[in-house]
Design a protein around this ligand. Structure first.
Ligand code: NAD
Length: 266
């Protein structure tokens, strides 16, 4: 049977760890050639590329800071030089720099907005330009697919993390407005909003039994999410199986956005 993403070219930002690495692997397993963007640590990206190659796939590690316009241009140039174009772009890079509101510095604010929101703007913009440049390809019904990695915090407020929550709220309207603008060109833009997924970004929330017990009070489905949960969602959103899905946030959160605190009348 033909793989869902056979012959397609993907780029995943922030793919040397966590969700990005899981998504890159899942896209490769579904038949895509994958560019693995990393920020500062080449080794895990190269290791993942070797792992994908050993499974019969093709992967290219590329360094870039997604908040830097020149870096993002160079990253897309590297993808096009190696693979000719790109069909699937997953804007995944993100970070937290937490502080109580009164103590949050402008640097804390800017770092998170620059990486999480401006980084997705630059990545998605270069993706749209590349889809438009090369025109339709027989590998997919869409001209191109963009997946923004959002968070349940695009809708759930998060005290102590206003920069992060603002960045994810911003991604919600970036994604929807862009989807509205480019859908007539058959470019599909959607988001995935993960709940609590076991990765380095939120290690404090699951590393000890006490922390995990506390976390699970927020998850009706009763388990933490794994990067594979997000990988499978990304493969579906990137494939023609979801061809009529446009401008939607897919929550992959074990029910976290069902506000379980209200289950017993609040
Ligand atoms: P992670 O820390 O493992 O991954 C984040 C990646 O982004 C890292 O590889 C990091 O190098 C990269 N990155 C950071 N700054 C960058 C920059 N300037 N340029 C390029 N890359 C940069 O954490 P993760 O949990 O895998 O997070 C991935 C995405 O998923 C983030 O956008 C995060 O907000 C989102 N998310 C995660 C969870 C969760 O529970 N883990 C929940 C909701 C949303």
């Amino acid at each position: 049977m033909q793989k869902a993403l056979a012959g397609q070219i993907a780029l995943v930002t922030g793919a040397s760890s966590g969700i990005g690495a899981g998504v890159a692997k899942a896209l490769a397993e579904a038949g895509a050639h994958v560019t693995i963007n990393y920020h500062s640590h080449a080794e895990p990206a190269e290791k993942l590329a070797d792992e994908i190659a050993s499974l019969g796939g093709e992967a290219l590690p590329v360094a870039a800071d997604v908040s830097d316009e020149d870096d993002v241009d160079a990253m897309f140039k590297a993808v096009v030089d190696r693979f000719g174009t790109v069909d699937i772009v997953v804007a995944n890079s993100g970070l937290q720099q937490d502080a109580a509101f009164a103590d949050m510095t402008l640097a804390d604010w800017r770092k998170v907005i620059d990486t999480n929101l401006t980084g997705q703007f630059l990545t998605a913009q270069r993706a749209v330009r590349e889809f438009q440049r090369r025109g339709p390809r027989p590998v997919s019904k869409a001209l191109g697919k963009i997946i923004c990695m959002s968070s349940v915090h695009e809708v759930i407020p998060w005290a102590g993390h206003v920069n992060y929550a603002a960045s994810k709220g911003g991604i919600q309207m970036l994604m929807k407005s862009l989807a509205q603008e480019v859908a007539p060109q058959r470019i599909r833009v959607n988001s995935i909003a993960p709940g609590a997924i076991r990765t380095p970004i939120n290690q404090d929330a699951w590393a000890s039994k006490e922390a995990m017990d506390r976390l699970l009070t927020l998850v009706p489905y009763g388990r933490i999410g794994e990067v594979d949960d997000i990988g499978r969602a990304a493969v579906w959103l990137a494939s023609d199986e979801s061809d009529y899905v446009v401008g939607t946030t897919l929550f992959v959160d074990g029910g976290m956005t069902l506000y379980p605190g209200f289950a017993d009348n609040g």
